[in-house]
Structures are given as structure tokens and as C-alpha cells.
Design a protein around this ligand. Structure first.
Ligand SMILES: Cc1cc2nc3c(=O)[nH]c(=O)nc-3n(C[C@H](O)[C@H](O)[C@H](O)COP(=O)(O)OP(=O)(O)OC[C@H]3O[C@@H](n4cnc5c(N)ncnc54)[C@H](O)[C@@H]3O)c2cc1C
Length: 343
């Protein structure tokens, strides 16, 4: 019989499990029920007691590695914590969120335990054996993997499972002790953009995509990059949306190009960009060519605003296409949302 372990960690507050961790818990419960396997949940946190409360109703065995050394991500301490949790649980299958924290240590821990790892898992199936699904070749080919190697580590993509939400209650947590090697890395703090400047929001319901049309000459023969920036930022604020971009727009550089200053290559969606998961997507001033739209694979409801009635979106790539001027449409939408100026 498989021993299933779900590895979890807390967010910046230090006491709440991350959403991706809670998604892994859901995946673990479903898989354990199907396989008839035992379920253990391991927590890495400075103080695991508060985090463990929300897991009380899972009925799983709870293990924790706690202490100040585990407050912040760092390879040495995180790898040691995960290794100790796996050994304590005698895990054969290990599920973990594909967060930067666990992606950094997953392969190393699997190697220490003589196991195997697969990443970017989007679904788990099977009743007799574990069947893990992932996409290859920029989401064009979907594969179902099974392996005999144990322990088998599976890093789950965020947004693929519902986050576990149980009634918090007091619960017993078994502390697992870890002998840390000398720590050569000291985490002195985090430099992050202000929340306002953060345009990539993986948990947002809506993705707004900006295309190169925003920086092209408009009907009056002029470029309106500043107005475009204000409209886009105003909408992001009012709707709490995440910002994606076409490659043509993020590639713009040079003195003659009116680049939207808040865009980086991290915003790029598509074949050579990201493939985010959002319930809805609104494309603006973008042509909807295949290398771009391949990044929309996991956007459920797709809409586009384009001046071109022959753009890719109208050719079966979107659910709804508005053949209209995005400057006018977004100004009206922002007014309806009560959005102030973008700056
Ligand atoms: C190997 C390879 C990989 C690639 N990878 C990617 C990728 O990862 N992501 C990506 O995006 N692209 C990728 N591309 C490029 C892709 O093929 C397109 O060139 C790119 O997506 C075009 O960007 P765009 O639609 O914003 O710009 P354009 O093609 O210039 O389209 C601009 C659109 O804006 C419209 N428009 C202008 N003004 C307005 C207005 N006022 N209101 C409404 N609409 C307006 C125009 O009608 C036009 O349809 C890749 C290409 C290759 C060859």
C-alpha cells in the first residue's frame, strides 16, 4: 500500500498555509481516498501550530518541522525539513505545491531519498496505480505518467485543484526534529515591488492582455502610449486583474518606441511566454496569432477587443470578439467600474 505524504509550507505571514499548499492537500485527500492509501501532511513553518488548525478536519496524520530556521525559504533548511518529513512518514508518494520554495528543493530531496521527481503535474488519476498528468511542448501534448520508482515526488501546478477549506480546530501535530548542517545562507529580507506595482496576479479571476496595438498609430495618425498605460493600469486596479502581454509589445525597445513602462517579459503570454490559469481573459489590441493564443490554453472564458475583423480571435480562438476601438471600450469600461486615472 502507498504511504501518501503532502508537503506544505506557510506564506509570508508565517502562520497560514499557502493557497497552493491547500490545493495540494485537496489533491492528496482525493488520491488517498481513491488508492485506499494512508495520508500524512507535513508542514514546514516557524510555528506550525496555527497552520495545522485548518487541517484538523482532514483526519490526516500531521507532522511538522518548526523553528526560526524554517521561517523563510532557503535551500539547506528547506531540503533538510522535507527530507526529515519524508523519512518520518515513510512516504512512497510525495505531493507538494510547485511553489518556488518547494521547486527549489524537490529534486534534491528526491535524490537524497533515492527517489524520482516529476514536475508541473496538473491532474492525478488512477485507482490501482498513480497516474499523473502533465503537458509538454508548450501545452500542446498532454501525457499521463506512471512510475515504479519510490518515493515518487510530484510537484503540482497551482490552480489545478480547489484549495482545501476545513473548519479550524485544535489538533495534535507531531514535531519532527531536524539536524541542520551549517547554514551558509542568511535571509536578510525580501525586496519586492509594491503591491500596486505588482501586475502579475496568478490568483486573479481575470487576465487582461495588452497587445502591440496599444502603441500603434491610431485613427488620428498619432500614438497614445500614455493614455494606453492609464487605461490599462486603471482597469487592473478597478478589476483586480492580472496583466499579460503579447510578445510584440514586451519586445518593444529603443528611443522611438513608446514602451509601456510597467511591462516586462514576465508578462508575456504564449509559446515563449507563460500559460497562466484564470477563469476569464480579455485580450485588447492583440491580433490573436497562434504562438500567442497557445498561452491561453487554460483560460476558460476568452474575449477579445480588436479593430481587425479578420484577426485570429475571430477565427475560432475566442468565445466573444468585440470589433471595436479598445481605447474607447476600455475608457467606457473603466468609467463603469469607477476607475480613477491609472497613475
Ligand atoms: C517561435 C515564435 C514564438 C512566439 N512566441 C510568442 C509568445 O510567446 N507570445 C506572443 O504574444 N507572441 C509570440 N510570437 C509572436 C506572434 O506570432 C505575434 O507576432 C505576436 O503575438 C503579435 O503581437 P500583437 O498581436 O500584440 O501585435 P500585432 O500583430 O501588431 O497586432 C496588433 C493588433 O492590435 C489591433 N489594434 C490596433 N489598434 C487597436 C485599437 N485601438 N483597438 C483594438 N485593436 C487595435 C490591430 O488591429 C492588430 O490586430 C512568437 C512567434 C514565433 C515565431
Amino acid at each position: 500500500m502507498e504511504n501518501l505524504l503532502v508537503l506544505t509550507h506557510v506564506d509570508e505571514t508565517g502562520s497560514a498555509l499557502t493557497k497552493a499548499s491547500l490545493e495540494a492537500v485537496t489533491a492528496g485527500r482525493e488520491l488517498a481516498a481513491r488508492l485506499g492509501a494512508s495520508l500524512t501532511i507535513g508542514i514546514v513553518a516557524a510555528d506550525a501550530a496555527a497552520a495545522a488548525g485548518v487541517l484538523a478536519s482532514t483526519g490526516a496524520r500531521l507532522l511538522a518541522v518548526s523553528g526560526e530556521a524554517f521561517a523563510q525559504p532557503r535551500y539547506t533548511s528547506d531540503a533538510a525539513a522535507c527530507e526529515a518529513l519524508c523519512r518520518a512518514a515513510a512516504a512512497t508518494i510525495v505531493l507538494a505545491p510547485g511553489s518556488s520554495r518547494f521547486s527549489r528543493v524537490g529534486a534534491g530531496v528526491a535524490h537524497r531519498l533515492g527517489g524520482f521527481i516529476d514536475t508541473h503535474i496538473t491532474a492525478l488519476g488512477g485507482t490501482e496505480a498513480v497516474e499523473a498528468t502533465r503537458w509538454f511542448y508548450r501545452q500542446r501534448v498532454e501525457a499521463v505518467l506512471s512510475r515504479d520508482a519510490r518515493p515518487w515526488f510530484l510537484l503540482l501546478d497551482a490552480g489545478t485543484h480547489a484549495a482545501f477549506a476545513g473548519e479550524p480546530a485544535a489538533v495534535a501535530v507531531e514535531q519532527v526534529s531536524v539536524e541542520l548542517p551549517p547554514l551558509r545562507t542568511t535571509v536578510t529580507g525580501i525586496h519586492a515591488p509594491k503591491q500596486d506595482a505588482q501586475t502579475i496576479r496568478p490568483n486573479a479571476k481575470l487576465l487582461l492582455v495588452a497587445g502591440a496595438g496599444w502603441t500603434k498609430k491610431q485613427a488620428d495618425g498619432k500614438i497614445h502610449a500614455e493614455e494606453a498605460g492609464d487605461l490599462i493600469l486603471g482597469f487592473l486596479r478597478a478589476a483586480g486583474a492580472s496583466l499579460g502581454s503579447s510578445k510584440s509589445l514586451v519586445d518593444q525597445r529603443g528611443e522611438d518606441q513608446p514602451v509601456l513602462p510597467f511591462l516586462t517579459h514576465l508578462n508575456q503570454i504564449g509559446q515563449t511566454g507563460a500559460t497562466p490559469r484564470h477563469a476569464m481573459g480579455l485580450s485588447t489590441c492583440c491580433h490573436g496569432e497562434e504562438p500567442h493564443v497557445v498561452g491561453w490554453r487554460f483560460i476558460a472564458d476568452r474575449r477579445a477587443i480588436s479593430l481587425d475583423p479578420n484577426c485570429g480571435w475571430t477565427r475560432g480562438k475566442a468565445d466573444v470578439v468585440y470589433i471595436a476601438d479598445a481605447f474607447q471600450v476600455m475608457a467606457k469600461v473603466n468609467a463603469l467600474l469607477g476607475a480613477g486615472a491609472g497613475k
